[in-house]
Design a protein around this ligand. Structure first.
Ligand SMILES: Cc1ncc(COP(=O)(O)O)c(C=O)c1O
Length: 1006
């Protein structure tokens, strides 16, 4: 740093100098700069440059060093835009001015500064690291005498910043500062001499990197400001980037992991470099905070000094809680090395010394059986089976009984659903996360079962971890095997009495009885079992150690806590389940390729519960898209109804059965009296297919009027009225007997005045009727959803159906309301969507929610239509109306009533609608917000004047929301509508979470 007071250079002076020495003339703008005085210059011919004028008394050598550095990089083929030296009129790289100042002009590097990228996802972080890797690669063979200098911003010189220690004022921060200086002295300094050294760029923060700014995939394309370059340990290049990349995020270690991975891919790291990375990251932060403390002392009134200091302190506070060895293992894992180096040593020792161990339980002739308690385990089944201790204990006993086993075993590396509730939610860098990956082996055996030490050792620590779902009484043993191997074993869920006399330091012989299995609640509130875990590093813990890990850190934790399976020779692990890629592969091979998959990286969903879905890693997603699981995923009332009936009888409607008539009665009670007959089928498509056959039977006509972009199903007649399909990819346009009318959309459609739109749109029905009449035919029917789903959650304008129905009925046609998406109380104000329009259709088709996921659908109509359809040809449907389906349908209806779900949909829907409207005032990309109850849409546009659909942005938002734990679907003719139609148990808390995350993600799209 130069201590000479700044001597301002005006824009006029800069303009004069550039004209005089370089012949450049044009627009000049002053730029910020700490060392040099910088100006942006755009010449009359459009070329852009940076004019740099140094402070007085600048050392010539440093100017020469920077020129040489830029020339060196310019000669390389580097996929980055870098400032390069522009020669003066006289061919000089720089021009000496008075008082040892120097004038230079460099090529301008354009782009958006990285700090403006709000979505710090793994791609941009990896890119950050890769850019540093490129700099290290290309600077490895460069040197210059002036690079060998002292500079306090060099992380290796962090101890220099100790001279500002006195200016760090409060005790907490001082403790942190001393800790990290100390850490540097013990864990980094002694090893620095042995590391690779090079000229480093030394300033890889987000204000010096330029990105090609596209919200979707920002890439670093340029690097500016080489003024901090110097010769130091090469690893510092990465350490500085990590220090900045980890700011502002809840989980700094995860953010750093991506930067390290990127760097290592381009410039392979050495193990000894990775070993000192954590203290060096902290070292750089220490320079920042201590310099800031000093500056603040000198300029106490300058609020800006605080601004730069705060994120660095925040980060130091967070990483103060990270055991340095855990950071080290995490970085090793990012380099794809075994995270914990002791892992291989341990495994080798274990394999070579079978005589050194004894059984933990005395199995005798007891049969051992593996229990699958993973999140997707059908053995574990319903959430009710594990939510209370008695239910869980019953489940474990039932499994042991079924397997005729005395002891259950398993769980290492298993992802478990037990901790995926709000109580265990931790905010990660991309939304909520849960520790689900189990790091020990569980042995499910009775209370009082004796536990024996498997290895000789001593008691490291003993503790009662007495919180709910914790370990309860716990022992940790330490096993000092030899100079290179010490490891630990943990025994959790013990009886309190059995640990009473145990003290740290006690010697334990292999095979010695150490404790007994405890009962709830002393064991942390679990069915009786032992949690046994091996740890190669205690990470500063005593009496406790994490028994579960976040899925994205599982590899690291599994390396620290190796699989104890070799200690249980009788334990045969079952075949592993198919991985995500194996499922994909098999799907590709065996299923029709016209099946689509959501999201660029598909989800593997293995469990559903209420308004949540869970993937195979136990990650919980809020489901805002699934209007099929109407009363909630895995609802007990529905599960029980299905289980009870299927274990008794399932057959067809040719025998009498109470279920079908009971369900028919209950269903028809929800309709106006005219709609008094029901036919049960298996899918929405089949319902619409049947509706159209009824129309033909009743009217003797085939011609149908349908809505543009409508979807009514995948069968012949249903496709024929589905413009969404026949006008979409692979479609061949409307068949001759289908007549489309415009989508009655008051946001972007033909008519936008809500007062008149209903009638105006309905007039097109008349046009269609006339067109058919001119061909000598008559319209048979009109099909329309009560709120348009595929059309983009379009609420029909007032009076639309009333007028359209009147026109259709005037020529003898029938009107079908497709309620497959919106029925069963979803719209909130009414039970059926058509009631919003104050009409009574002739036929109503039902599907999706009617069976809460079970394939059930129905056609409800008038007696007159049903009678006309019964023309002698039998309507037989093998599965439609079977006792199981009807038991389920009846359970769904009962649950909607019992849980007040229609009212809930109204209240939550209005709350959400207001929230979306508020977001609309913050984000101009939200063009429209609409819907009823829990059937809502948010339409994104790039321009409110032209209504240009923001389709890419919509897909991006849906994808980011998924990354942050919320599943949303998109639709509409331009694919620019976010659809919200969650299970109806979705409440205010979920609405708040959705609104908060949507606000974050919409902030990315600017
Ligand atoms: C409005 C509407 N009608 C009918 C169907 C067809 O139902 P299914 O897929 O059960 O055959 C769908 C399906 O998405 C739909 O959205």
């Amino acid at each position: 740093m130069n201590n000479t007071p700044p001597i301002e250079i005006t824009t006029t002076e800069a303009a004069q100098l550039s004209l005089q020495h370089y012949g450049f003339q044009g627009q000049i703008k002053k730029l910020p700069g700490e060392e040099d005085f910088n100006f942006f210059l755009k010449t009359e011919t459009g070329e852009t440059y940076t004019i740099k004028i140094s402070r007085p008394n600048t050392e010539l050598q440093s100017i020469q060093f920077q020129s040489a550095l830029m020339n060196h990089l310019a000669a390389r083929d580097i996929p980055l835009d870098l400032p390069s030296v522009v020669l003066s009129k006289s061919g000089k790289e720089f021009i000496p001015l008075k008082n040892d100042r120097y004038l230079r002009i460099q090529k301008w590097v354009s782009g958006t500064i990285l700090s403006e990228v709000k979505n710090r996802d793994k791609e941009i972080l990896e890119n950050w690291g890769k850019t540093c890797g490129l700099l290290s690669t290309h600077l490895a063979d460069f040197d210059h005498p002036a690079a060998h200098r002292f500079y306090k911003w060099d992380p290796s010189q962090t101890l220099y910043s100790k001279k500002y220690r006195a200016y760090i004022q409060d005790e907490e921060t001082l403790e942190i500062a001393d800790y990290f200086w100390q850490l540097f002295e013990t864990d980094a300094l002694p090893y620095l001499d042995a590391l690779r050294k090079s000229v480093n760029y030394n300033d890889a923060h987000e204000h010096n990197f330029l990105v090609h700014h596209h919200y979707k995939n920002p890439q670093v394309i340029g690097v500016i400001d080489f003024g901090d370059a110097l010769f130091t340990q090469t690893i510092n290049e990465l350490a500085i980037a990590c220090a900045y990349a980890a700011m502002y995020v809840p989980d700094p270690l995860q953010a750093i992991t991506h930067v390290v991975r990127g760097y290592h891919k381009v410039f392979p790291l050495e193990e000894k470099e990775v070993a000192v990375l954590f203290p060096l990251i902290a070292a750089r932060l220490m320079v920042t905070v201590s310099s800031a403390a000093w500056n603040r002392h000198n300029e106490p009134d300058n609020p800006y000094l605080l601004i730069s200091e705060k994120p660095a302190w925040d980060l130091l506070k967070k990483i103060r809680n990270i055991p340095p060895s855990l950071a080290h293992y995490t970085f090793r894992n990012a380099c794809q090395w075994e995270a914990c180096p002791l892992n291989a040593v341990f495994r080798k020792w274990l394999a070579q010394h079978p005589g050194e161990r004894r059984p933990i339980l005395r199995f005798h002739d007891k049969k051992l059986a593996e229990l699958d308690l993973s999140v997707g385990s059908s053995e574990l089944g319903h959430n009710n089976n594990f939510e209370t201790i008695p239910a869980f204990a019953k489940k474990i006993n039932q499994l042991l009984e079924e397997k005729s086993a005395a002891i259950g075993i398993g769980g290492y590396g298993e992802t478990r659903p037990f901790y995926t509730t709000d109580a265990y939610l931790v905010n990660g860098n991309s939304g909520p996360q849960w520790r689900t990956v189990h790091l020990g082996i569980d042995l499910w055996s009775g209370v009082g079962t004796s536990i024996y030490a498997p290895f000789r050792g001593s008691v490291h620590s003993v503790q009662n971890n007495d919180k709910d779902r914790d370990y309860g009484a716990t022992i940790i043993l330490q096993h000092n095997i030899n100079k290179t191997l010490t490891f630990y074993t943990l025994y959790g869920h013990l009886s309190l009495a059995s640990i009473e006399d145990i003290e740290a330091g006690m010697f334990v012989e292999k095979g010695q009885l150490i404790a007994t299995i405890g009962r709830a609640p002393e064991n942390g509130n679990w069915p009786p079992h032992l949690h046994f875990q091996i740890m190669l590093d205690l990470l500063e813990n005593r009496g406790d150690f994490p028994g579960v890990a976040f899925p994205n850190e599982a590899e690291v934790w599994k390396s620290i806590c190796p699989d104890p399976a070799p200690l249980f020779p009788l334990y045969l692990k079952s075949n592993p389940k198919k991985s995500l890629s194996e499922i994909m592969e098999s799907r590709k091979k065996h299923l029709g390729s016209s099946l689509s998959i959501s999201y660029p990286s598909p989800l593997h969903i293995v469990r559903g519960y209420q308004q949540y879905l869970y993937d195979e890693t136990g990650r919980r997603y809020l489901d805002t898209a699934n209007n099929v699981a109407h009363v909630g995923h895995q609802h007990s009332a529905i599960v029980e109804a299905a289980q009870n009936q299927i274990s008794l009888l399932n057959t067809n409607t040719r025998y009498l059965h109470e279920n079908i008539v009971n369900f028919a009665e209950e269903l028809l009670e929800t309709f106006p009296p005219e709609l008094s007959v029901v036919h049960f089928v298996n899918s929405g498509s089949e319902a619409n297919e049947l509706a159209m056959r009824m129309i033909e039977a009743y009217t003797n006509q085939k011609d149908m009027i349908a809505i543009e972009v409508g979807y009514h199903g995948n069968t012949g007649r249903a496709i024929d009225v589905s413009s969404y399909k026949f006008d979409g990819k692979g479609g061949k346009g409307a068949p001759p007997h289908t007549h489309l009318v415009p989508i009655p959309d008051t946001f972007r459609g033909l008519y936008r005045d809500p007062k008149t739109a209903g009638k105006m749109y309905a007039d097109h029905v008349v046009t269609a009727i006339k067109k058919v009449a001119s061909a000598g035919r008559i319209i048979g029917g009109f099909i329309c959803e009560s709120v348009l789903s595929c059309g983009g959650q379009i609420v029909l304008p007032k009076g639309y159906l009333k007028t359209a129905y009147a026109h259709v009925r005037a020529v003898g046609g029938l009107c079908v309301a497709d309620e497959v998406q919106v029925g069963f109380g979803r719209v909130g104000e009414y039970f059926w969507g058509f009631e919003l329009q104050d009409v009574v259709p002739d036929i109503v088709t039902l599907g999706k929610p009617i069976g809460n996921g079970h394939p059930l659908a129905a056609v409800v109509t008038t007696q007159k239509v049903a009678t006309a359809f019964a023309n002698g040809m039998e309507f037989f449907n093998t599965f439609g109306g079977n006792p199981v389906s009807c038991a389920i349908g009846a359970a769904v209806l009962k649950t909607i009533k019992k849980e007040g779900l229609q009212t809930k949909a109204k209240e939550t829907g209005n709350y959400l609608l207001n929230g979306f409207k508020k977001l609309q005032t913050e984000f101009p990309i939200i063009g429209d917000v609409r819907g009823h109850g829990l059937f809502l849409g948010i339409e994104l546009v790039n321009n409110m004047e032209t209504l240009e659909p923001a389709a890419e942005e919509t897909a991006f938002v849906a994808n980011c929301m998924r990354e942050r734990g919320i599943l949303m679907s998109t639709d509409g003719p331009f694919h620019n509508v976010l659809k919200i139609k969650p299970p109806m148990c979705f409440g205010k808390a979920e609405a708040d979470f959705l609104l908060a995350e949507l606000r974050v993600v919409l902030g990315f799209v600017v």
